[in-house]
Design a protein around this ligand. Structure first.
Ligand code: FMN
Length: 309
């Protein structure tokens, strides 16, 4: 992915794989294309009130609220183990403002074992946190500042909770991002009408899982055509067929999220099946299928969904 070299295109998404240690009994971690640990923040965060997760039709809602022990604890307690595993470690960071992002980017630039940064400018569970990913000017400025603060490859992780994802992606590219990760969760809600209460303690949360895959595919397709930097596809991926759909739609690599919870071995199953799926298209390499979707000609379609270039 540009300056970032991955041994294969199957990564695990931030917040759905712990700090990898938790998964070691079920997953051969050395085989993964990349590991994205839970987003870290400058200071420890206690997260949102419980309940923090709710099952939905074909997915789940979460409002974890970036519960984490802060960057220094992460570097001392988790990074040495993550770095010992072999796959590139893409560290996800979130700040309350530009300065926090910049301070963390500069700190991680000096930390051994970090292959790249993923800027989480898309978490729906942190008050104010979503602004960077919904305002193109803020997005470009933030990425540019992080870019100046560190030499590592930078991925901007975008929120789907916008009207024009291509505009935000172009802003991230203009700011100097090496790649785009998308999508994060869709803001949603679950209601227990008998109690007249929301099921999540925080009221609202992020929807993920198979339910969001069509939205993610559509956005990956739009963004891959709007920018010239590589795209990491995320959203509802649970099988090798899902992976192939994202690659053909324009993703250079993918991240698996919610599926890790209900089938922890899913990434291994996908890795086993990927060469066969590529062979079905006559492809020997992932790059041969990326962005090869034959979209229906414009005359065959109608409506605003296809109005993007
Ligand atoms: C419980 C949970 C926690 C998450 N925590 C984070 C996080 O800390 N940082 C982040 O960038 N994304 C986080 N995400 C979003 C996922 O990385 C991913 O973008 C999203 O869930 C869509 O992929 P999926 O449908 O495969 O889960 C979280 C998702 C879930 C379900």
């Amino acid at each position: 992915m540009g300056r970032l070299r991955l041994p294969n295109p199957i990564a695990v998404a931030s917040g759905t794989f712990g700090y990898a240690r938790e998964m070691a009994a079920m997953v051969d971690l050395r085989r993964l294309g990349a590991i994205l640990p839970k987003t870290i923040t400058q200071h420890p965060r206690i997260g949102n009130p419980p309940p923090r997760t709710v099952e939905t039709a074909a997915g789940m809602l979460n409002s974890i609220g970036l519960d984490n022990d802060g960057i220094e604890t992460f570097l001392a307690r988790h990074m040495p183990y993550l770095a010992s595993l072999g796959p590139p470690v893409l560290v996800s960071i979130a700040g309350k403002n530009d300065d926090e992002f910049v301070a963390m980017a500069a700190r991680l630039d000096q930390a051994p074992g970090v292959a790249a940064l993923e800027l989480n400018i898309s978490c729906p569970n942190v008050s104010g946190g979503v602004d960077f990913g919904t305002d193109p000017a803020m997005c470009e400025r933030l990425v540019a500042k992080a870019r100046r603060a560190c030499a590592l490859p930078i991925l901007a992780k975008l929120t789907p909770n916008v009207t024009r994802i291509d505009v935000i992606a172009r802003a991230a590219e203009a700011g100097g991002a090496d790649g785009i990760s998308l999508i994060n969760t869709l803001l949603g809600m679950s209601v227990d009408w008998r109690r007249r209460r929301t099921r999540l303690g925080a009221g609202m949360g992020g929807l993920s899982g198979p339910a969001i895959k069509p939205v993610a595919l559509r956005m990956v397709y739009q963004v891959a055509r709007a920018v010239s930097i590589p795209v990491m596809g995320i959203g509802g991926i649970a099988s090798v067929d899902d992976v192939m759909e994202f690659l053909v739609a324009g993703a250079t690599a993918v991240q698996i999220g919610t599926a890790n919870f209900y089938r922890p071995t899913v990434s291994m199953e996908i890795l086993d099946a990927l060469p066969g799926a590529l062979a079905e298209l006559g492809a020997g390499r992932v790059a041969d299928v990326v962005g090869t979707l034959e979209f229906p000609p414009p005359a065959a379609c109608a409506g605003p969904a296809i109005s993007n270039p």
